[in-house]
Design a protein around this ligand. Sequence first.
Ligand code: ADP
Ligand code: MG
Length: 320
Amino acid sequence: MTLLEVENLSIAYQTRGGVSLAVDAASFSLEKGKSLGIVGESGCGKTTIGMGLLRLLPENGIIQDGKVLFEGQDLLQISEDEMRTIRWKKISMIFQAAMNAWNPVQRVGEQIVEAIRIHYPDYSRDRAVKEVEDLYQLVDIPRNRLFNYPHEYSGGMKQRAIIAMALTCHPDLIIADEPTTALDVIVQDQIIQKIKEIQKELSIAVIFISHDIGMVAEVCHDIMVMYKGKIVEVGKREEVFVTPMHPYTKSLLSSYLTLDGVFDFEDKANETVCQPDTIIDSHICGYIQHCQEADSSCLREAPRWQEITPTHKALCRLCK
Ligand SMILES: Nc1ncnc2c1ncn2[C@@H]1O[C@H](COP(=O)(O)OP(=O)(O)O)[C@@H](O)[C@H]1O
Ligand SMILES: [Mg+2]
């Protein structure tokens, strides 16, 4: 059953130089209990999509067009009050670098108890504490660490507590934006495994945002590749990995290819950044300058979606 259906979502930022488009007509969907990875280099619009879905864009962010249908209801059409009942209870988000957002002078468990009681005012303190204890068990933090201060937690523990916080209202969807950035590789892996485990155990849908396609492949059923504000390829994990179609997806994957042609996800890819020439021009393929496969027709004609299977498609004139 479809949980989320995004149609033609376009988001721009008002800047001193004018309005700049950050997400260009994004359409995708997510089934209940499934996971979708959004991958692409820094600046391609991943966070903007995540924030846009929850209507948490910065003040200069403008949703220009589109629909965000969550359980059939368009989140872009409801009032801010109605939206507040969706955030956390139905959709929660693990923000980039969230683990640094713990209030340093308040015990971590206390901060989660407080959050629970804001959403469930009729809960007694004991009941809220019991909830946090259950969540801590789920994210593997010993109960005796519940009321430590943030500085007494390791980085991994702080991030697992953030996951616990995201689960407090039993959401149907979690948007995790680069949830392992700033953690060392071993801890990154533990967090990824934890998210995967929880996703399966609680049947929660997850949108996992990362610049690292290998990491996304660890967690997600479906993968969506973005380049300069546009979705350029979507498909099931196996489809995107075994038969990548878009030249950009191929280049992302090539950093994982070993000499014998096998993908090696242990060797994490370096993050690349969108070039400052980021101009979204809907008429020409945005990847043309870097594309090894482009021919002169790519300069004349707009890229178009090619469907490889009913679930796998890419925005490229040339891929077959
Ligand atoms: N508050 C903002 N004001 C203006 N431009 C922004 C703002 N936030 C992001 N952008 C621009 O929007 C584009 C997409 O950014 P973002 O969604 O953060 O990308 P990603 O998460 O993929 O790194 C980038 O070009 C970025 O510079
Ligand atoms: Mg981001």
